[in-house]
Design a protein around this ligand. Structure first.
Ligand code: PXG
Length: 287
């Protein structure tokens, strides 16, 4: 079904939603984005996603040409125009049209695009049986080169790793940082359970600080699970009792095998199942 797209300050039919071939978002991946979900018409943690979008934009000296209130309203209007209760929302802000040179100061027309669509989730059996993943040879880009905390339109680093995963028959791939420590997956954060503790890499491992990650850490605290940020190596993953990934699209998904090694019993673990259920209840109740 053709979608209705929000472009800058109004809703247009999909066929009319166009950007310039001179847009630096296209020419250089110069822009920022967010991926959000709505459940029963309510957008999950909209304000956190807007905080991250504005932080990403600030980091690349991009002025978003509207207020947060206008952006919130535009998200709701786009969902309504597409009659979506349970949907996936993509917010994009590009640098705008400039010249065929890098200079961002020559771009004067940042484009705000909001797309609302249905979400294609991983098949149900992945949630029940768990994912197999592999470590990609492509390292997560170093913070000093481009901070992974910026959710920029330049996702080739992750796409290169995703390709490696797909070539190995896996839908996700693990990315290490330049020190060989565990960072995250191509579009998901990673957690392990070791004994009584739940562990996840800290922001300075070179990760995007996922909004699902933060929500799951809060849920763990409420459930009395001791969750901490910790530097992790592949050895810590291989010898963990449980492993799972978090992300807006994936929600909470168990991992049962990494690089051919079964994790724990090789089946989704009990703490993973508790957090998956808690997350499902959270998204269905919160604003
Ligand atoms: N790390 C990276 C590198 C990501 O891109 C996450 C972690 C999880 O963050 P949230 O805030 O969603 O919990 C992401 C998520 C997709 C898709 O289709 C996912 C993301 C971006 C684009 C597409 O799965 N980002």
């Amino acid at each position: 079904m053709p979608r209705t797209i929000f472009m800058n300050d109004h809703l247009v039919p999909e066929e009319e939603a166009r950007i310039s071939v001179f847009d630096h978002g296209l020419l250089y991946g110069d822009g920022v984005f967010e991926g959000l979900r709505s459940y029963s018409g309510r957008v999950f943690r909209l304000s956190d996603h807007l905080d991250r979008l504005w932080a990403s934009a600030r980091a690349i000296c991009l002025d978003i040409p509207m207020s947060r209130e206008q952006m919130s309203q535009a998200v709701l209007d786009t969902l309504a125009a597409n009659q979506l209760e349970d949907g996936y929302i993509r917010l994009i802000v590009t640098r705008g049209a400039g010249t065929l040179g890098l200079d961002p100061n020559r771009c004067h027309n940042p484009q705000v695009i909001i797309i609302a669509d249905t979400i294609s989730l991983y098949p149900k059996e992945f949630y029940e049986q768990g994912l197999r993943i592999v470590t990609a040879a492509t390292q997560r880009i170093q913070t000093a080169a481009l901070s992974p905390r910026i959710k920029s339109l330049n996702y080739l680093n992750n796409i290169m790793a995703k390709l490696e995963g797909l070539q190995a028959g896996c839908v996700e791939a693990l990315m290490l940082n330049h020190k060989g420590e565990v960072a995250e997956c191509t579009g998901d954060n990673i957690f392990v359970i070791r004994g009584e503790r739940m562990l996840t890499p800290p922001p300075d491992a070179g990760i995007l600080e996922g909004i699902t990650r933060a929500a799951v850490m809060e849920l763990a605290a409420k459930e009395g699970i001791d969750c901490r940020e910790a530097t992790l190596t592949r050895h810590d993953l291989y010898t963990a009792d449980e492993c799972f990934l978090t992300g807006t699209a994936a929600e909470v998904i168990p991992v049962v095998e990494i690089d051919g090694r079964p994790i724990g019993e090789g089946t989704p673990g009990p703490i993973t199942k508790i957090l998956k259920d808690c997350f499902h209840s959270l998204v269905r109740q919160s604003v």
